[in-house]
Ligand binder design. Structure first.
Ligand code: UDX
Ligand code: ADP
Length: 467
């Protein structure tokens, strides 16, 4: 079997960055070049101050420190790195289309296509091309068609190797992956060889039985399916949180009770203000779009409901704040603790926080935010991306703070949007003393100590808990 000595990864984002850092850490004999067209991003990856890495992930600094400069390199030299590599990973972003056919539903594959064309252009010897970005089923076929038609005699093997890491736990997920999925052309010798070469890389640190080989389409569809199933569990528990709020049932107790059934399992049953992140919504929309285009209306409607329930949950949270604050939040200060889509990441893509903020800002609330890792620049970029009001209006209605106690001063209400651990142990008495009364807390993650807060005097509202 061919021993791999040089890898190129196109795209130094949340997937490409951590994944390649771990591959380099675990395979010191392989040179790993991570390339990106975003010069600032590459500068940040190369910064000697590891606090400036473009991505915040627990444990990532240590991995980068070990491998960077040894066999892990970040650069903008895309063509040279492709040329030198035996394996090229495509790890670029695949956002939902914002224009034309499939707008708001299908994945925009223009970045992937550009990569394929660039690989085709510069390659002088045979290569394995691996799709790592989350992609709709059959993308490999499109990539293959572009690569096979270069006419320069170079042969490509296309593999699908979807990434299952979750942000906030990326390094641990990579070190201890439940499984690695490699989809390829099992029916040909070259296809099998390519799959084995990639298997060999992961086998540096993972037991062989966790590395699954399938055909390309199964691999592509498994990624969408895994995310759809996980998101579906959250929407299921969130749908019942609404019922709990109307009854004496407590969603945390219900989740614990059903999660103890080993057939159901305890994970992904944590009720919340709604799931966010770059994957769940995008992948389900993708699945829905594929089903619709194949005429499978019922299947499409079934999965779409997971998204509709998530939208409902975010809206419900915001509406509950308005209703509780005497049906108006106009010119009231509402402090958000947390903006990231989950704890331990600085990523804000599809974060529930921006949709809840948008809803409240439509009712003329003033939103002031503290998040331990998200910059104010990012928060404004998120709000401007929604396009609900002018940039000037966003600047008037939204304010970011670098100190949580300042953020909470004189607030009419506090809303917890992200489950950062530090929020639990704040000096809640101090926060209470400096707030408007009655002091409301809306805990969108059910992380705060309700009893303690109520003893201080707060009016506490959790999710799926009768108030
Ligand atoms: C997800 C998948 O877990 C991962 O396998 C895939 O590779 C990418 O998409 P990620 O989006 O990074 O990972 O984070 P995840 O932990 O799945 O959380 C997604 C969202 O669901 C977050 O907003 C989180 O707060 C929310 N969530 C998660 C809940 O509301 N309740 C839960 O029980 C779990
Ligand atoms: P993901 O979460 O999938 O990793 P990100 O948006 O974090 O997505 O990262 C994708 C990266 O891919 C970005 O840094 C972007 O600049 C980069 N990228 C997109 N297209 C190309 C391209 N043609 N060549 C090199 N890098 C690219």
């Amino acid at each position: 079997m061919k021993k791999i000595t040089n890898i190129c990864c196109i795209g130094a984002g949340y997937v490409g960055g951590p994944t390649m850092a771990v591959i380099a850490q675990k395979c010191p004999e392989i040179t790993v070049n991570v390339v990106d067209i975003n010069e600032q991003r590459i500068r940040d990856w190369n910064d000697s101050d590891l606090d400036k890495l473009p991505i915040y992930e627990p444990g990532l600094k240590e991995v980068v420190l070990e491998a960077r400069g040894r066999n892990l390199f970040f650069s903008t030299n895309v063509e040279k790195s492709i040329d030198e590599a035996e394996i090229v990973f495509i790890s670029v972003n695949t956002p939902t289309k914002t224009y034309g056919k499939g707008k708001g539903m299908a994945a925009d594959l223009k970045f992937v296509e550009l990569c394929a064309r660039q690989i085709a252009k510069v390659s002088k010897n045979d290569k394995i091309v691996v799709e790592k970005s989350t992609l709709p089923v059959r993308t490999a076929e499109a990539v293959r068609s572009i690569l096979d038609n270069t006419g320069n005699g170079v042969k490509f093997q296309i593999l699908s190797n979807p990434e299952f890491l979750a942000e906030g736990t990326a390094v641990d997920d990579l070190h201890n992956a439940d499984r690695v999925l490699i989809g390829g052309e099992q029916s040909t010798e070259e296809g099998q060889e390519a799959m084995d070469a990639l298997t060999d890389i992961y086998a540096h640190w993972l037991p062989k039985e966790r590395i699954l080989q399938t055909n390309v389409w199964s691999s592509e569809l498994s990624k969408l399916t895994a995310n759809a199933f996980l998101a579906q569990r959250i929407s299921s528990i969130n749908s019942l949180s609404a019922l709990c709020e109307e009854t004496e049932a407590n969603i945390e107790e219900v989740a614990r009770a059903i999660g103890s059934d080993t057939r159901i399992g305890a994970k992904f049953l944590k009720t919340s203000v709604g799931f966010g992140g770059s994957c769940f919504q995008k992948d389900i929309l993708n699945l829905v779009y594929i089903c619709r285009s194949m005429g499978l209306q019922e299947v499409a409607d079934y999965w779409e409901q997971v998204i509709l329930m998530n939208d409902y949950q975010k809206r419900r949270f915001a509406d509950n704040i308005i209703k509780t604050l005497y049906n108006t939040v106009s010119d009231k200060k509402i402090t958000f603790l947390g903006w990231a889509f989950k704890k331990d990441t600085n990523d804000t893509r599809e974060t529930a926080a921006m949709y809840v903020a948008d809803h409240l800002m439509n009712d003329l609330a003033r939103i002031e935010v503290y998040d331990p890792k998200v910059s104010s620049k990012q928060m404004f970029a998120d709000m401007n991306y929604l396009n609900s009001r002018s940039e000037t209006e966003n600047e008037k209605q939204l304010k970011a703070h670098s100190d949580p106690y300042e953020a909470c001063k004189n607030a009419h209400a506090i809303a917890v949007l992200t489950e950062w651990d530090e929020f639990i142990d704040y000096d809640w008495q101090k926060i209470y003393d400096n707030m408007m009364k009655p002091a409301f807390v809306f805990d969108g993650r059910n992380i705060l100590d309700r009893e303690r807060l109520e003893k201080i005097g707060f009016k506490y509202y959790g999710i799926g808990i009768n108030s």
